[in-house]
Design a protein around this ligand. Structure first.
Ligand code: SAH
Length: 216
C-alpha cells in the first residue's frame, strides 16, 4: 500500500471541501488530511477514495462519507488521551481518525469478517494502538468503562442504555437515532444520573443491529 503525492493532493482538496461545508475543528481536519482513506477501500474504489461519498466495504456495510466522519468527530470534541469507545468498526477508518487525534480507541464490530480485516489493516498501517473487538456493541464494553466519549456509527432506533452507563461524568455519546432517517444526538452525562440531550442534523446510516452477525 502506498500513499503517493497524488493521494496527498486529493486529500488536501477533500479537507478544503469539508471546511467549506462547515467543519471547523482544526484537529479533525488535520486527521482527515493525514489518514490515507484509500487504504480502507477496496482497490476497485481507490480512484474515488477522496470524493465525499460512502462506499461499500462488504457484508452489506459501508465506510461513512468523510463529511459524516468529520461531523461526528467534531461533535465528540476529541482531546489527546481521551478514552473513546466506537461501536461499528466497519473499515476501521473512523477509528484511525480518532487514533490520529491522540485518542485511546476501543472499537467493536458485530460482523466477524469486518472485525478481522479492520484489525489487520489498522496494525499494518501504523494504528496498532487501536483495540479491536468482535462483539455486539449494544451492550457497550463494560470491562474498559468508563469512557470519555462513545461514538456509534450505525443508525440506532433507540439509545442503548448500557452505553449511557459506561460514560464517565462529563463524558458524551454521539449517536444517530431514528428508523429511516437518523438525527445526530449528543448526550452528555452531566452528573451521575443526569443527562443533557442535543439534536443535530439528519443523516442516513446502515442499521445498528443487536447480537453478533451469524457466520457466512
Ligand atoms: N465506522 C465505520 C462505519 C461502518 S458502518 C467506518 O469508518 O468504516 C457501521 C458498522 O456498524 C457496520 O460495520 C455494522 O456491522 C456495525 N454494527 C451495527 N450494529 C452493531 C452492533 N450492535 N455492534 C457492533 N457493530 C455494529
Amino acid at each position: 500500500m502506498t500513499d503517493t503525492y497524488r493521494h496527498k493532493g486529493l486529500r488536501k482538496r477533500l479537507v478544503a471541501s469539508l471546511e467549506q461545508r462547515g467543519i471547523k475543528d482544526e484537529a479533525v481536519l488535520a486527521a482527515i488530511g493525514a489518514v490515507p482513506r484509500h487504504f480502507f477501500l477496496d482497490n476497485a474504489f481507490e480512484e474515488h477514495a477522496y470524493e465525499d461519498k460512502p462506499f461499500p466495504i462488504g457484508n452489506e456495510q459501508t465506510i461513512s462519507q468523510p463529511y459524516t466522519v468529520a461531523y461526528m468527530t467534531e461533535l465528540l470534541e476529541v482531546k489527546r488521551g481521551d478514552r473513546i469507545l466506537e461501536i461499528g468498526t466497519g473499515s476501521g477508518y473512523q477509528a484511525a481518525i480518532l487514533a490520529a487525534m491522540g485518542a485511546r480507541v476501543f472499537t467493536v464490530e458485530r460482523q466477524e469478517a469486518l472485525y478481522i480485516s479492520a484489525k489487520k489493516l489498522l496494525a499494518a498501517i501504523g494504528f496498532s494502538s487501536v483495540r479491536c473487538f468482535f462483539r455486539d456493541g449494544s451492550k457497550g464494553m463494560p470491562e474498559y468503562a468508563p469512557y470519555d466519549k462513545i461514538v456509534v456509527t450505525a443508525g440506532a432506533p433507540v439509545v442503548p442504555e448500557p452505553l449511557l452507563r459506561q460514560l464517565r461524568t462529563g463524558g458524551m455519546l454521539i449517536i444517530p437515532v431514528g428508523e429511516d432517517v437518523q438525527y445526530m444526538y449528543r448526550i452528555t452525562r452531566i452528573a451521575e444520573t443526569e443527562f443533557k440531550e442535543e439534536v443535530f442534523d439528519a443523516f442516513r446510516f446502515v442499521p445498528f443491529l443487536e447480537g453478533v452477525a451469524p457466520k457466512k
